[in-house]
Design a protein around this ligand. Sequence first.
Ligand code: GAL
Length: 748
Amino acid sequence: MRITESFNGNWLFRHGFQADQVSTLQDGETVTLPHSAVELPYNYFDETDYQKPFTYQKVLDWRADFEGREVSIVFDAAMADSVVYLNGQEIIAHKDGYTPFEARLTPHLVKGRNVITVKIDGSENPEIPPFGGQIDYLCYAGIYRDVWLKVASPVAIANVKIETPDALAEKKSVTARVFLANPQSLAVSGTIEAKISRKGGAEIAAASFSVSGNEASLGFSDLAGIELWDISNPALYEMTLTLKTAAGEDAVTQRFGFRTAQFTPDGFLLNGKPLKLRGLNRHQAWPHTGYAMGRRAQEKDADILKYDLACNIVRTSHYPQSKWFLDRCDEIGLLCFEEIPGWQHIGGESWQQESIANVRRMIERDWNHPSIIIWGVRINESQDNHAFYAETNRLARELDSTRQTGGVRFITNSELLEDVYTMNDFILGQEEMPGNNRGRVVLRDRVETTGITKPIPYMITEYNGHMYPTKRFDQEQRQAEHVTRHLLILNAVAGNSDISGSTGWCMFDYNTHKDFGSGDRVCYHGVLDMYRIPKFAAYAYASQGDPADKVVMQPVTFWARGERNIGGVLPLIILTNCDYVEVKFGEWAPKRVYPDRENYPHLPHPPVVLDLRSVTPEEFGTWGRVWREGTFTGYVDGKPVTTMVLPADPVPTTLEVVADDTALRAGEKDAVRVVVRVLDQCGNLLPYFEEPVSLALSGPGRIIGPVDHTLKGGATGFWIEAGDELGKLELTASTRRLPPQSVTLTVS
Ligand code: GAL
């Protein structure tokens, strides 16, 4: 049977590449993948530091189980322009930095020591998408995803496309196209035993099919008792295929789900039922390690989107992302808009051919993910290009007729070659532009942006972002405006039946090129910061979730007399999914305030807004008078479900250190996030506490990035990475004024 093992350990890494050194092992730093060629500082760095070639080498000793089998190495991705050599011989080159490639070792393996050399090149080669123009994100160099050693039969299963043609019928069917790898061009004749089961559960159906040639089709029908994959019940199934030919046996298990997904002129339908898409764009980036983060960190981002931000969709802006992330989307029921690499720039003919190949690689890698509901087959925000985009669309439809295509643009009246017009609408904020006399417009009308009068499926794929960059520690008035802009668009989208939904720009702040961001190589466009710590705007999303899943109540204030211009905290937005909130100012009688349906009639959960509609300025005191404690109590079904006390005199009381998980896995650079916050006597973040924090870690692991942090807006974050050994990791965080705090993690 097939062997697939991690091939991440024991690589020798060095800066530079020399063609005459590919056949012998050179000195280098021993590293484990996923690996970032250069770990950058948090901000204020030079991104050209990694824009050069690097070399990775590893020894593979011959093993008895290689005999008579196909041996290869599968790279989940490497950035970029990879060339793989075996014992000095070039065996594969792969330009794209976001899709997998398989280096077939078999013909060149020797029965002894084999030297594998991988050249990667972080230069922004203008022949490779997304490069050639400016880009508002970084493409960090390195073999930044997992690598696997694969040992399989000479005739093996290369890929499977599973479809569920009548998913909504009572009795369902499944079809599969099975593509075989047969590099030795052997005559193929044999059988495929196929089995369908509930993921990790009981078998539902099994049958045997004959195969001759390098492709086979099979199917099941009349399947009863199948559950649909849905965002609230992401039921997954598995198809296990066992191929038996004269060359040997091979088996793969592929996950899938039964669901339909359709963008219509009247909105999006999941399993035939309307669902307003509400989500955010996500880059696959972290401080210091860039793209190089493994399974846990990838999964955590999906969990944050689904459970903390109550999103039902993510856009993988602007490239195919980690399979760990997409697998997690399948598991938790988070829909996904996936797109090819690119940013505004379209290169020449060979660049376009590479981009078309990216469409194929993306779809062939990901076509079985039930979470993916649309393929983005345009270069994000590029100009029209008929021949190029006619081909990306044609290919996408040929490869996968079950999903619609989209293509994200910011230009208006663009040629619609896709099934869904997907539009970045940055009109909100343009009222600030000189000469603009339209006033404040939240979203443009579909006909205005598309120039198409007949009804068409339409989705908003970006808004806000650079129109209103906001830091987690910005003055609260700015943050209130940031919150308001997200709410206004969510409300407009929710109220517009011909908009399928929206994905805002963006999930978290990200490092970027010098031409973008705040001069420190950060775009502060997230509703979370780079550590995934929420800004107030995060609660604009979180509060749209059902209180039965999670009660949310977040006043958009640091609660101080003199933080805002002129003073006080009115108008005060309280982001909540409670039915109403009672607000008490010192010893004054509580005021009951209801959601603001007047200004946000379409939101599932409009914010509660405390303003002069419900209180007089006198009731909240004016400048020069005593400032008082604020108490907020949220009610659902007439019962108090959450309370927050914001003291009038906050003092640093607790250094809080929280790790997302405390059980880590050895041997896979398993990385867990830790958030450090300084809290007041009532447990609230002190938004301007900026003193240094020192971190110390003992045991088999390391702190990614520096061990000395300054708090930014009362908080900081980092990731702890487990090593290869088992044991306990003890983390201690210390500040000058508060007792140190420790967290123990287990690596097993
Ligand atoms: C868009 C672009 C994003 C990001 C965003 C900032 O134009 O697609 O990648 O740059 O602007 O608001």
